[in-house]
Each structure stands twice: as structure tokens, then as C-alpha cells.
Design a protein around this ligand. Structure first.
Ligand code: GTP
Length: 595
């Protein structure tokens, strides 16, 4: 295809603002999917994926569209909407020349709208603002148009109004994509350079790699090279999605398509990497490649210890389709055998634990999420800590923690409540802006504070109206300490936490109290202590038992007695020993989950 007749774009929107529904209408209006085959969320076929264990989700789809007698190829590239995947989002955006900024006409601009908009602007994309859901009675197109115009400039009357549901305005929108978004430019005669913007595992075909051709051309059967690793593969199949995969004779400048090489693991075909030809390789890779780096860590443990091998297999399997997932075996006194896992963020953690539960039928307990700390000991050693129990003993010279730039968007009535919360989480205000009835607050905040139930608190203080987004902004030194929880003098590893010195007492008393309520009495008195190093900062006591379980049954009937003994035996299986103290695993789990 002539690059002048190609338009590459994505849709950026806050969750639920109607991206999938609009994409469906575009597939239909352009005739890419015939009416009789159309179904809701055509591109979002996660349940089929799950049923058949394959990935057929389209990361990019090519649609024909005629304007003024000329035929164009529109490539719509899917972007993950969430901040956890901001690197993937930035690569998808880098594959486009323009973006449709889709805003729900009843809701207005939200935090993810802004975060994605800023990323799109950094990538120099042409932005087409669009109001969606104008069929809703609650839609307030005038107010939201003004909000958008305030944000990106331009005339509010110029903003297109569409409904993904009824299809109103969708044809005009496609015309505007052709008019406003620049055609791709690249050097057709240069050595091939294709940027990988997504890479998906399919159990039949192996990894399907989605690319945007920047320079040159790639053809099937050609030997290709991954520039970050230097690994060579053969391009077994090259094609375009429309939206079913259609093999083609090759991809040239400006085109978007897929490539299959037979590799079995997405980490051999990494998002952001540049593919070139082995025979005539490019000298320089495209800019912007980085390895996905986990930011949030948590221990995952099967509730039933015998599920450990299943958990290992499940993680091995998920890793094939998720280059960012990391894990290594870990054991815990309180929880038994499990894995320390690294995630891009909290949502990534939730997605993985949910998939382990649903697809592999595993019952899991996750330890409190932790971030990466860089600890310098007094004798100058540098230690990277992703698990509080690895925190070095002895004197510490300095600790650095990751910091994120946080953007919160909420109705302006909540400004006071939000500021109070952010200050209590060691945030410092970077800026504040009013967008009509709403306000955007920008803070720098330690990531460790955000992973610790920040979002729940934000939601409850704003009656659910606030939205949140964050991106990494380096690290900073902080006055942090490790608090250990001890049962009769023995550390319970899963409860160690790295917290700010000012919060250490609060954390210690809260955990000690929780455990006192949850751990059953023993034959002897059990002290529960919270300590920083050797210094105890809080203490609770579980008093000794007076009678044994059977005492109250003396003279009672024998079957009740047997039942009690059996119950006790069953309980035994799930008992964990901490030193001499016997603790039902349920007590640890309840203490970790906070209920
Ligand atoms: P995520 O994929 O979860 O981010 O959501 P999305 O942005 O893709 O939104 P989706 O298309 O799933 O739509 C969210 C909800 O809004 C669904 O219940 C849709 O039926 C509804 N919706 C989408 N577009 C319209 C519209 O134009 N009008 C009305 N009334 N409802 C719409």
C-alpha cells in the first residue's frame, strides 16, 4: 500500500467510556466485519480465549475507508488503558500518527483520559477529540466540550459528537481520521526496521508479534533479527488482521501487521524491540526500547500446600504470554511454600491472581504488596530489597524508595479530603488545575504508600468520584525502618513491613492487636511483639489456656467428644508452628487480609 493512503491511529479513553463499543461500530460501518457476524465487543474476546485456551484477540485491525473517491487503509491499534502498562501504552502510541481522544459525554474527563492524552502528546500524535454516548439522557455535551477545549485548545463546537451505541457520527469520525491524521513517512529503500508494539502467545501458533513498519520491507520466509538480543528467527508468516489474520506478501513502510516466527515465549519477541532483516540489517534500532521492570512485589501462596506444583506450572504457563511477570520460589514460616512475584503495578497483580484463581482453580493468599528499596548499610554495601524479610540487619546508612507522579481527578468539593489523604501518605503537591467543575491534583508520592490501600481510601473519601493515575519519577531517600512481628520471640516473616519511621508504631500496634484477636490461646502465655531491630515498640499478650478442649465434655456423650477430637485433628493439618506456638493458617490469612 502507498503510505499516503495509510492512516494509523488508536483510541484513548478512560475505562468504560466506550472504546470497545466504538471500535465495534467502526468495524461494522467500514464493512470489515459483515453485519451478520457482528457481535458486541468483537475485538475483546477474552471468554473465547479462556474456553479454548488460545489468544485470538486482535491488537490491531485494518479497515478500508473511502474518502472523495480514494481508498484508504485505516489501522486501528489497541492500547491497554491502564497505567500499570504505561510502557506498552507508549509503544502502541509510537506505532500511530494520531489518536482519537474519546470522552464519555456524561462523565467528562477522567484521570486515565489525561494520562493517556499526555503520553499521546509526548509522542507528537495528532489528537482528534470526540464526545461519546451522546444518546444518553445524562449527556452534557456542552459542558464536556468546554472541558476538552480548555484542556487541549481549539473550538468546543468543532468537537465531534458520536454514539458508539447508535452509530451516530461514526462515519464523520472516520472521514476526520483520514483528513486530520498525517500519513506515515519512512524510508522505503533503507534496511528494514519494524517496531514491536505487542506480542501475544497463542497455544497453536506460538507467539504472534504485532509490528509497525518504520523503514524498508519484511517478507515471509525471510530471516529476521531481534535487535535487542541479536537473536535470529525466520518469518514463517506475515500478514494483516482484518480482524481475522490474513497472510500477505510482506509489510512495507507505514504498514501495520503481524508476524509469526514459531517462538514459544513472548520474551523472545519483546514489546519495544526493533526487528530488522538478517541479510541487510539496520545499524541503529528504533529509540525507546526498555525491558519491562516490575515495580510491585508480593508473595503468592497456595492455601492448600499440596497445590504448590500446580501453582508453579500455572506461573510457567502465564509467563509465556506475559513478559513482565517475574517469580521465584520462596518459603515462609507462616504460609509455607510459595513464590515471590514481581508485577508492573497493582492492577497487574490483581489480573495475575485472578487468572490463577479462575483459569487454574487455585486458592491463593497474597502477602501485602511491597516495592523495591535500595538499602545502603553502614559498611557501604548496597542491597536491593523486594521482600521486607531480606532487609539487612544491623546499621543502615540510607534507604531509597521509588516515587511516582500521581494525578488525581475529582469533583472540586473533595479537594480538602484528597489533600489531607495525600499529605498523610507523604505526598507533596506538584500542581493543581481546575477543569470546569473538576480539579486535577498532582502529587509526588512514594509508591510504597500507594500500594498500601491508597485507592480504597481515595474512593471512600470521595464517594467513588475520584480517579487516579501514576507514573514512575525515580527514587528518593526516606527515613524508613523495618518492623518485625514476633511471636514468643520468633519472627513471623510474612508480617515484616518496611514503613516510614513515623508510621512504625501504628503498624506495629495494629498487627500485634490483630494477631492477639486471631491466634487461639495456647498452654502457655504468648507475647506478641512489634520490633524495630532489637527495640520493641508494641506488645500484646495471648493469655494461657485454662482448660483443654475436652474439659467441658466430661460426663457428656461420647459422639460429641469424638467430633471435637476429629475437628481438632482436621485443624492440625493447617497448623503452622512458629517456635513453640501453634497457629492455624487461617489466623495468618485473616491478619494479612485485614478482616
Ligand atoms: P473497557 O474496555 O472496560 O475500558 O471499556 P470500554 O471503554 O471499552 O467501554 P465499553 O465499550 O465496554 O462500554 C462501556 C459501557 O458503556 C458499556 O455498558 C456500553 O454498553 C456502554 N456504551 C458504550 N458506548 C455507548 C454509547 O454510545 N451510548 C450508550 N448509551 N452507552 C454506551
Amino acid at each position: 500500500t502507498d503510505p499516503a493512503k495509510i492512516r494509523n491511529f488508536c483510541i484513548i479513553a478512560h475505562i468504560d467510556h466506550g472504546k470497545s463499543t466504538l471500535a465495534d461500530r467502526m468495524l461494522q460501518v467500514t464493512g470489515t466485519v459483515p453485519d451478520r457476524e457482528m457481535r458486541a465487543q468483537y475485538l475483546d474476546r477474552m471468554d473465547i480465549e479462556r474456553e479454548r485456551g488460545i489468544t485470538i484477540k486482535s491488537q490491531a485491525v485494518r479497515m478500508p475507508w473511502d474518502v472523495g473517491g480514494d481508498s484508504y487503509a485505516l489501522n486501528m491499534i489497541d492500547t491497554p488503558g491502564h497505567v500499570d502498562f504505561s510502557y506498552e501504552v507508549s509503544r502502541s502510541l509510537a506505532a500511530c500518527e494520531g489518536a482519537i481522544l474519546l470522552v464519555d459525554a456524561a462523565q467528562g474527563i477522567e484521570a486515565q483520559t489525561l494520562a493517556n492524552l499526555y503520553l499521546a502528546m509526548e509522542n507528537d500524535l495528532e489528537i482528534i477529540p470526540v464526545l461519546n454516548k451522546i444518546d444518553l439522557p445524562a449527556a452534557d455535551p456542552e459542558r464536556v466540550s468546554r472541558e476538552i477545549a480548555d484542556l487541549i485548545g481549539g473550538d468546543p463546537d468543532d468537537i465531534l459528537k458520536v454514539s458508539g451505541k447508535t452509530g451516530a457520527g461514526v462515519e464523520e469520525l472516520l472521514d476526520r481520521v483520514v483528513e486530520r491524521i498525517p500519513a506515515p513517512v519512512g524510508n522505503a529503500d533503507a534496511p528494514a526496521r519494524a517496531m514491536i508494539f505487542d506480542s501475544v502467545y497463542d497455544s497453536y501458533r506460538g507467539v504472534v508479534t504485532y509490528v509497525r513498519m518504520i523503514d524498508g520491507r519484511l517478507t515471509p520466509r525471510e530471516k529476521i533479527r531481534m535487535m535487542s538480543t541479536g537473536a535470529d528467527h525466520e518469518a514463517l508468516e506475515i500478514g494483516v488482521s482484518s480482524p481475522e489474520p490474513v497472510p500477505s506478501k510482506g509489510l512495507s513502510v507505514g504498514e501495520v501487521g503481524y508476524l509469526i516466527t514459531g517462538v514459544k515465549d513472548v520474551r523472545q519477541s519483546k514489546v519495544g524491540d526493533t526487528i530488522t532483516g538478517k541479510m541487510n540489517p539496520a545499524e541503529e534500532p528504533l529509540p525507546g526500547y526498555t525491558d519491562p521492570k516490575p515495580m510491585v512485589f508480593s508473595g503468592l501462596y497456595p492455601l492448600d500446600g499440596s497445590d504448590y506444583p500446580i501453582l508453579r506450572e500455572a506461573l510457567d504457563k502465564l509467563k509465556l504470554s506475559d513478559a513482565a511477570l517475574q517469580y521465584e520460589p520462596e518459603t515462609s514460616v507462616a504460609l509455607g511454600f510459595g513464590f515471590r512475584c514481581g508485577f508492573l503495578g497493582l492492577l497487574h497483580l490483581e489480573i495475575i491472581s485472578e487468572r490463577l484463581r479462575r483459569e487454574f482453580d487455585l486458592d491463593l493468599i497474597a502477602t501485602a504488596p511491597s516495592v523495591i528499596y535500595e538499602v545502603t548499610t553502614d559498611d557501604g554495601k548496597e542491597v536491593t530489597v523486594t521482600n521486607p524479610s531480606e532487609y539487612p540487619d544491623g546499621k543502615i546508612a540510607a534507604v531509597r524508595e521509588p516515587v511516582v507522579k500521581t494525578a488525581i481527578l475529582a469533583p472540586k468539593d473533595y479537594v480538602g479530603a484528597i489533600m489531607e489523604l495525600c499529605q498523610s501518605r507523604r505526598g507533596s503537591l506538584l500542581g493543581m488545575e481546575y477543569l470546569g467543575e473538576r480539579v486535577e491534583l498532582r502529587y509526588s508520592m512514594p509508591l510504597g504508600e500507594i500500594v498500601f490501600d491508597f485507592f480504597d481510601h481515595l474512593k471512600s473519601r470521595t464517594q467513588g468520584y475520584a480517579s487516579l493515575d501514576y507514573e514512575p519519577m525515580g527514587d528518593q531517600e526516606a527515613d524508613l525502618v523495618k518492623v518485625d512481628i514476633l511471636l514468643q520471640g520468633d519472627k513471623v516473616d510474612a508480617f515484616s513491613a518496611i514503613v516510614h519511621r513515623d508510621n512504625a508504631y501504628h503498624y506495629g500496634t495494629m498487627m500485634a492487636e490483630r494477631l492477639r484477636k486471631l491466634i487461639p490461646r495456647q498452654q502457655f502465655e504468648v507475647p506478641i511483639q512489634a520490633a524495630i531491630g532489637a527495640r520493641v515498640i508494641a506488645r500484646e499478650t495471648i493469655r494461657a489456656i485454662r482448660k483443654d478442649v475436652l474439659a467441658k465434655c466430661y460426663g457428656g456423650d461420647i459422639s460429641r467428644k469424638r467430633k471435637l477430637l476429629e475437628k481438632q485433628k482436621e485443624g492440625k493439618k493447617r497448623m503452622k508452628m512458629v517456635g513453640r506456638v501453634e497457629v492455624p493458617q487461617e489466623a495468618f490469612i485473616a491478619a494479612l487480609s485485614g478482616d
